[in-house]
Design a protein around this ligand. Structure first.
Ligand code: SF4
Length: 102
């Protein structure tokens, strides 16, 4: 377990495991790998899952007893939760896309 994860884990409290107060993200405040676009198809979803899971693995987050890795699939299958992160990453781009699609 990395020092960062150990430190975060030791100060765990209910509600801590989210990207920010307003965005749940991937269910961990250290999972900062937010997507810059919504997946368009199953292939995109698989690529996104691989990217996010690899990030969690490489950063030792999967070793945290408070991390629930099933949340990655749940978020990928819930467009509203994914969109929250896309907006964080590219607010201007998301505005432009929503105007274009109206
Ligand atoms: S899952 Fe673990 S590392 Fe992530 S925010 Fe929760 S306690 Fe911290």
């Amino acid at each position: 377990m990395s020092d960062k994860v150990r430190e975060c884990c030791s100060g765990w409290y209910e509600g801590k495991c989210r990207l920010s107060e307003s965005v749940q993200g991937w269910g961990c405040r250290l999972m900062v790998c937010v997507p810059d676009a919504m997946p368009n198809n199953e292939h995109d979803k698989k690529v996104l899952f691989h990217h996010v899971y690899s990030f969690a693995q490489e950063n030792g987050i999967l070793e945290c007893p408070h991390y629930r890795e099933a949340i990655i699939d749940e978020v990928i299958d819930t467009p509203a939760r994914l969109l929250e992160m896309v907006v964080v990453k590219s607010p201007l781009r998301t505005d432009l896309l929503s105007v274009k699609n109206e």
